[in-house]
Design a protein around this ligand. Structure first.
Ligand SMILES: [Zn+2]
Length: 113
């Protein structure tokens, strides 16, 4: 595989994910306007949308961590080897997901969050 191309791809993904994390972090706190309306149920909607926001933030952060791990593996010279069992990851899988750090068997055995 062309590691320079993979690195460029991973760096682009990392920068993109970092920008998204920064945007999510900067988003003004929901609930700041609480107290304006007193209709029953508003709080619930608020809680659900907050929960959803947190969920999005977490998945972006998990993706960012994985991309950074894949970049570290390029530096270590272990790129393309499974982080869990050390066996080579199928090239088809790497091409589909350049930031993957586990082989299919290990990923199946321990699904990601
Ligand atoms: Zn494995």
């Amino acid at each position: 595989m062309d590691h320079d191309a993979v690195r460029a791809e991973l760096e682009a993904r990392r920068d993109n994910a970092r920008a998204r994390v920064a945007t999510l972090a900067k988003r003004p706190e929901r609930g700041a306007s609480q107290g304006f309306g007193k209709r029953i149920g508003d709080g619930t909607v608020e809680a659900i949308s907050r929960f959803t926001d947190i969920g999005i933030g977490t998945s972006v952060e998990v993706g960012l961590e994985r991309t950074e791990r894949a970049l570290a593996k390029l530096d270590e010279g272990t790129y393309g080897l499974c982080d869990t069992c050390g066996r080579p990851i199928a090239e088809k899988r790497l091409r589909a997901m350049p930031d993957v750090v586990q082989c299919l068997d290990c990923a199946r055995a321990r699904p990601r969050r």
